[in-house]
Design a protein around this ligand. Structure first.
Ligand SMILES: NC(=O)c1ccc[n+]([C@@H]2O[C@H](COP(=O)([O-])OP(=O)(O)OC[C@H]3O[C@@H](n4cnc5c(N)ncnc54)[C@H](OP(=O)(O)O)[C@@H]3O)[C@@H](O)[C@H]2O)c1
Length: 229
């Protein structure tokens, strides 16, 4: 029998990350799901999948916390590393109105820190593995219509950093994915969002699974359609 595959989902306390953990557990994967505090959702999921769900802890804006996770996971194999963490603040504001603090918080959480997690854990991902980060359709500069512009700019920065990572690893055989899940009803997406979690996450996981063993960087939506940078 083939060994169980392992996915690490960084930030799975609620929303899309929790749904990813649920979906991978249901598909028979071993799941390492992180939160930065107590998560009732993860505790419930653990009751359902006590053998395949492992709960870990990391606050991605704390470099020491990333380093501690790296130490705890040393020697493990992550067939898929999926960085989901993100925040959205001051989404309706413009550069002159946003506080420095809110803008910097988004840049730190959405762009710099996910890439720090990837830098710290990438050596655990095998040659036919996948390194994915949750980006967004509105992180596309080419398609920008000005919606949630401050948050969008943090996702564009994430895309740039992933592209730079890819450029620094020119012969990397792994799939490097920037994933746009659609506009989904979560705490962040809000009630106006066009999709429910179940309209997005199974397609996201199908798409990520199809990308295993396909080397290179792609900015893709949940269907596997390539998005313009
Ligand atoms: N919903 C959408 O329509 C949509 C669309 C495109 C992209 N995305 C992206 O998809 C991802 C998940 O979004 P969501 O809608 O599920 O948002 P959400 O419901 O607000 O959940 C955000 C998740 O990120 C975690 N997080 C935030 N800061 C963190 C930190 N410093 N360290 C560790 N974890 C942290 C949160 O943990 P806590 O519970 O501890 O706060 C939570 O698990 C984000 O990257 C978001 O930008 C969402």
């Amino acid at each position: 029998m083939a060994a169980k595959k392992t996915v690490a989902i960084i930030a799975a306390s609620r929303g899309l990350g929790l749904a990813l953990a649920d979906e991978y557990c249901a598909r028979g994967w071993h799941v390492i799901a992180t939160s930065r505090g107590k998560s009732a959702g993860l505790d419930e999921l653990h009751q359902l999948y006590p053998a395949s769900l492992e709960i870990e802890n990391v606050d991605i804006v704390q470099l020491a916390s990333i380093r501690a996770l790296k130490k705890r996971l040393a020697g493990r194999r992550l067939d898929t590393l999926f960085v989901n963490a993100g925040i959205c603040k001051a989404n309706e504001l413009t550069p002159i109105a946003v506080s420095d603090h809110d803008f910097l918080d988004m840049m730190l959480t959405n762009a710099l820190s996910p890439m720090r997690v990837i830098e710290a854990l990438e050596n655990l991902v095998p040659e036919n593995g996948v390194i994915a980060a949750l980006s967004s359709e509105i992180g596309s500069i080419g398609n920008c219509v000005g919606f949630w512009e401050l948050y969008s700019s943090s996702k564009a920065a994430l895309n740039m950093l992933m592209k730079a990572f890819s450029a620094r690893h020119p012969n990397d055989p792994r799939a490097l994915l920037l994933v746009a899940p659609g506009w989904v009803r979560t705490d962040m997406g809000g009630d106006e969002a066009t999709l429910g979690i179940s309209d997005s996450i199974p397609l996201v996981v199908d798409m990520v699974e199809r990308n295993a063993g396909v080397p290179g960087l792609r900015f893709t939506d949940r269907h596997g359609e390539i998005l313009p940078w």
